[in-house]
Design a protein around this ligand. Structure first.
Ligand SMILES: Cc1ncc(COP(=O)(O)O)c(C=O)c1O
Length: 438
């Protein structure tokens, strides 16, 4: 229970309307399976896997026991010039489920750190090959790549950049986003049209010269901006153009990794292999902060050619943390034993029907889905952008279901252990909320 006298004053909450929250807090205290309990003991169905993290559901004993064993055996080991077996074991396990060729792993503690690490690894790789003019990055409008200065520079969400606009990385361009509400609203799965938006990359190459461009980074499916799917053929085109010009392609799979879209990675679902994949979130089911960059062998091998010594001047005190690694290995075991990546694909059809059944309710202007992700977009209310989305989120929470609102888009991304009845419960609560908020 939250004590009556507990102060809320001292914690500056991230990406939160602090004053609004503190005037009407929503506090979670326990979690088991598909459900949270709030501080009053009220169950709340988890429609968001926490924050896209808990793909195996909550309270998994296999994970907590692995964490407990490891923290007793060895709480921490230095990560620079020292190693411990679990980090190597986890790297090997990740290589086994990665797309072909991505067999090297660099550990971080978050998605933001994975992104900044991947950008640095890209520059380091080109320098190692004598192409040190390749320093520019290309991101995409509406992309979310975390909150480091690298991540917000290649990211394309205005609200996250504006305050810091004078301090962003130089030499960054953005491809156009792929959301086409006019042509593709209410698409199921990948939209049919829009692949040509990838061709803008050719224009940027013509403008700057391929010899100056290090990498293109995109989320294969944008999550944070509101579940924006790539049009059919779009990712293939990005791959062809980057390959043609010697530019690295980075997929930011912090959200799409570990089964969310019906395969281990979106890269495999859509048959496009990038040079690097950034991950975090569901890597260890959200149990302990951890991220990882999956890297093509060629990048690692090229970086090992210089004089003997440190090959990459980059790393984190907690890279490959033993307790986080133990949690990740236990999570990968669960994903594999319970075939959760496959389950996400098996449930996709049912989930798709359920979310699209909301079409026709007030103010819905688009519904998008893939795997176990759904996005429902509303026209903004007269009170301002985001008010309607937030109202629906609050209404759902008050009625026992957690969904996520970004502006006027509601995202659903439940744990992959969800069953059909629980899918119905989320969609029914959402339908009631949409009718009530209007
Ligand atoms: C695609 C993507 N990249 C990076 C991040 C940043 O991850 P973190 O919040 O762990 O730094 C996120 C977080 O939502 C994300 O969705």
């Amino acid at each position: 229970m939250q004590s009556e006298t507990q102060s809320l004053e001292h914690y500056w909450m991230p990406f939160t309307a602090n004053r609004q929250f503190k005037s009407k807090p929503r506090m979670l205290a326990e979690a088991q399976g598909m459900y949270y309990k709030d501080t009053n003991g009220r169950p709340v169905l988890d429609g968001t896997a926490g924050l896209w993290c808990c793909n195996a559901g909550h309270g998994r004993k296999e994970i907590s026991q692995a964490v407990s064993r490891q923290i007793h055996q060895m709480d921490y080991a230095p990560s620079f010039q020292m190693g411990h077996p679990l980090a190597f074991e986890l790297a090997e396990r990740l290589a086994q489920i990665s797309p072909e060729g991505l067999n090297k792993v660099f550990f971080t503690n978050s998605g933001s750190e994975s992104v900044d690490s991947a950008l640095k690894i890209a520059i380091n790789y080109h320098r190692a090959r004598g192409e040190s003019t390749r320093t520019r990055f290309i991101g995409r409008e509406l992309g979310y790549h975390g909150v480091g200065f690298g991540g917000i520079s290649v990211g394309g969400i205005g609200g996250n950049r504006k305050t810091f606009s004078q301090q962003l990385l130089p030499g960054v361009d953005h491809l156009p986003h792929t959301l086409d509400m006019q042509g593709n609203a209410f698409s199921r799965g990948m939209p049919k049209t829009g692949a040509e938006k990838a061709d803008v990359l050719e224009q940027l190459v013509a403008l700057h010269g391929a010899e100056n461009i290090a990498a293109v980074i995109v989320e294969p499916m944008s999550g944070s901006a509101g579940v924006i799917l790539p049009p059919e053929g779009y990712l293939q085109r990005l791959r062809e153009i980057t390959k043609k010009h010697g530019i690295l392609l980075i997929f930011d799979e912090v959200i799409t990794g570990f089964g969310r879209v019906g395969d281990a990675f979106a890269s495999q679902r859509w048959g496009v292999t990038p040079d690097m994949i950034t991950t975090a979130k569901a890597l260890n089911n959200g149990a302990i902060p951890m991220g990882a960059v999956l890297i093509d062998d060629a990048i690692y091998d090229a970086s090992m050619q210089g004089p003997d010594g440190i090959e990459l001047f980059h790393g984190y005190t907690y890279s490959g943390h033993p307790v986080a690694a133990a949690a990740a290995i236990a999570s990968l075991d669960i994903y594999q034993n319970e075939q959760l990546f496959e389950r996400s694909r098996e449930l996709e059809g049912y989930f798709e029907e359920a979310v699209h059944s909301l079409k026709g309710l007030p103010n819905i202007i688009d519904i998008r889905n893939i795997g176990l992700v759904g996005g429902i977009q509303f026209s903004p209310s007269e009170e301002g952008v985001g008010k309607r989305g937030f109202g629906i989120f609050e209404h759902c929470f008050a009625n026992g279901t957690l969904v996520r609102a970004t502006a006027d888009i509601i995202a659903i991304s439940p744990p992959l252990i969800i069953d059909k009845q629980q899918i119905d419960q989320i969609v029914n609560t959402l339908g009631d909320a949409i009718r009530a908020v209007g």
